[in-house]
Design a protein around this ligand. Sequence first.
Ligand SMILES: NC(=O)c1ccc[n+]([C@@H]2O[C@H](COP(=O)([O-])OP(=O)(O)OC[C@H]3O[C@@H](n4cnc5c(N)ncnc54)[C@H](OP(=O)(O)O)[C@@H]3O)[C@@H](O)[C@H]2O)c1
Length: 254
Amino acid sequence: MGTDLFDLSGRVAVVTGGGTGLGKGMAAGLAQAGALVIVASRRQDVVDQAAEEIRASGGKAVGMALDVTRTKELPAFFETVVKRHGGLDILVNSAGTNRRLPALDYTEEDWDTVLDLNLKSLFFCCQAAARILKGRGGGKIINVASLASASTFPNQAAYAPSKAGVKQATMLMAMEWAPFRINVNAIGPGWFRTPLNDVLFQDEPWARGVTAMIPWGRTGTPEDLMGAVIFLVIYVDGGLLAGHRALRLPKEMP
Ligand SMILES: NC(=O)c1ccc[n+]([C@@H]2O[C@H](COP(=O)([O-])OP(=O)(O)OC[C@H]3O[C@@H](n4cnc5c(N)ncnc54)[C@H](OP(=O)(O)O)[C@@H]3O)[C@@H](O)[C@H]2O)c1
């Protein structure tokens, strides 16, 4: 095994929602560990800027426009990544949204918007990536869950069910794809100030109240997730997968 325990050199990682917030922090962490990071979301200028920042810090990154709700286009997106960048090893699903309304005021459109992005698109991203990873001998998938996967807060009528679904879908995929050497995990961030919830943090009494609930005494920053994501995507293989892109498991392996 190599001397650098957390070296991701030679790995190709896709981070959806990687241009902002938590995804941006995780993309930077993966790049810092040596991976080539494909920063993907709808806004080309945002992903290009995030990729540029990674390159300016000495990492490898490119931006690619991607709307994960266009699920039929996802297989072609991942095939393009493989063709352009020589592989696919890691997927981080950080694209997500929320509609903060009392449950009594929720419309079907609100519900569909949140569930389509947070759960349905996440599943089909995982599926499209896993079909490729299976043929390559394995890989790593990280889904961004939430405290709302396990508990609930007011005005999260669709968000909480979507994130509970992320937790369950992650467990299901982890179980079904383990024989293909695909690790599927979820990270459950607490409260982080990002574009998703900046409007809440602008309310200073609210922000103080949230901070007071956290024993650590502060809310998170995207950089706090770097270690967790690197830990979960690490291969303990001495770089074998990085050098043998077409590795197949022997037929007799489960
Ligand atoms: N902030 C927190 O405290 C917290 C806590 C727990 C979990 N989370 C989760 O963390 C993840 C990231 O959220 P964040 O807090 O970092 O907020 P954010 O900065 O708003 O990130 C959301 C990202 O999703 C992308 N996105 C939205 N729709 C998309 C689509 N259809 N296709 C592709 N990308 C899309 C956005 O980029 P474009 O607009 O360019 O598409 C954006 O980069 C979410 O899943 C969220 O639920 C956040």
